[in-house]
Write a protein that binds this ligand. Structure first.
Ligand code: SAM
Length: 331
């Protein structure tokens, strides 16, 4: 039914009430009312890439760069575990200077000392590097495609290729990672048909996690004057993705919590089932500025873990403290 872009696009023509009801019913039927937590550590903002929308792009020479030590990362991971959260996400900019063996040692150390799933999100790497991290114990990998439209993609990613990003995602699936991708909603030139095509690509490839967030313009990027993504369209995209992909895990992203108000409670109602409290140590948190206005950058690491309960209950749901793997694999 959803092997045709047109059928996915048709879902976008449902009115808000119908779309919300269908997405909410699908989420409840396939996943229940639990909300999974993932503690994120943004361990470095060093990046070689020049993505036109991104505040930590190599071209932003005004940004102070940082890289956490192994000790700082392990301490933050221990903090996440002590809060009862069973997934750590290790995210950074993408750089050839990242030492693969160093990261493999960190993954091993976390896996041996804490009962947690490890998600890695450090960009495009070779099959061999992805294999090294999988062998070290990594469970999941996040690599958003942002858009599957070749023209929009090439206009925003100088020196990168859509084919290589797709190759990476296919390698990750082949290696047995729970694989995450997603769309940046509101990119210049993007239409609902493009977004429907992204969802078809995610569904065809059986990805287990999809992150959908609004594009938010950053003043030190070429897209500084572009319009931000429309929250209503982000919510509708989450809903359509839920209806098409059923069991997929989807965060109410920090980006959707960083608009003129926090829309994460709405995202939970429109089909999301994951929240991602931030455990990056405070002195560095504000430097991981992929977009402006990011939530809670001056609060102590992990402080938002407390407000997750509040947010979840407000949406009529509860926190599920399990690892929250893909419903197709583990629980
Ligand atoms: N380097 C890794 C990668 O490429 O997947 C992970 C880090 S990257 C900064 C994480 C995500 O930030 C990107 O996938 C993108 O969707 C998001 N992002 C970057 N700039 C953004 C912006 N201006 N507005 C909203 N999201 C943005």
């Amino acid at each position: 039914m959803y092997d045709d872009v047109k059928n996915i696009e048709k879902l976008f023509s449902l009115d808000d009430k119908e779309l919300l009801a269908l997405a909410d019913e699908t989420r409840r039927k396939y996943l229940g009312d639990g909300v999974y937590l993932r503690g994120i550590i943004e361990f470095s903002n060093i990046c070689d890439k020049r993505c036109a929308y991104c505040g930590i792009s190599a071209d932003n020479t005004l940004l102070e760069r940082y890289h956490l030590s192994s000790e700082e990362i392990l301490k933050a991971a221990g903090h996440i575990a002590s809060c009862g959260i069973k997934t750590v996400v290790l995210q950074s900019g993408e750089t050839d200077s990242l030492d693969d063996d160093w990261l493999a040692r960190i993954i091993k150390e976390i896996k041996s000392s804490c009962d947690m799933a490890v998600t890695v999100s450090v960009g495009e790497k070779s099959f061999e590097t992805y294999k090294k991290w999988k062998d070290a114990g990594a469970d999941r990998y996040l690599l958003k495609i942002e858009t599957t439209d070749p023209e929009i993609y090439s206009g925003l990613h100088p020196g990168m290729s859509l084919e290589n990003r797709k190759r990476c995602l296919s390698d990750l699936k082949m290696l047995g990672y729970e694989t995450g991708s997603g769309t940046l909603v509101g990119l210049p030139g993007q239409t609902v048909r493009h977004i429907a095509a992204d969802i078809k690509y995610f569904n065809d490839n059986g990805f287990e996690m999809i992150g959908t967030g609004p594009f938010i313009p950053h003043k030190n990027t070429p897209l500084q004057d572009a319009k931000a993504g429309d929250v209503a369209l982000v919510l509708r995209t989450i809903a359509v993705t839920r209806i098409v992909m059923k069991t997929v895990n989807m965060p109410a992203t920090t980006a959707i919590g960083s608009m003129d108000r926090d829309f994460r409670d709405e995202a939970l109602k429109w089909g999301a089932n994951v929240l991602m409290p931030n455990f990056t140590p405070v002195p560095y948190k504000r430097l991981y500025e992929i977009y402006p206005g990011k939530r809670c950058i001056s609060e102590p690491a992990g402080a938002c873990a407390g407000c997750m309960e509040h947010l979840t209950e407000g949406a009529g749901r509860f926190i599920d403290w399990s690892r929250g793997g893909s419903a197709r694999n583990e629980k």
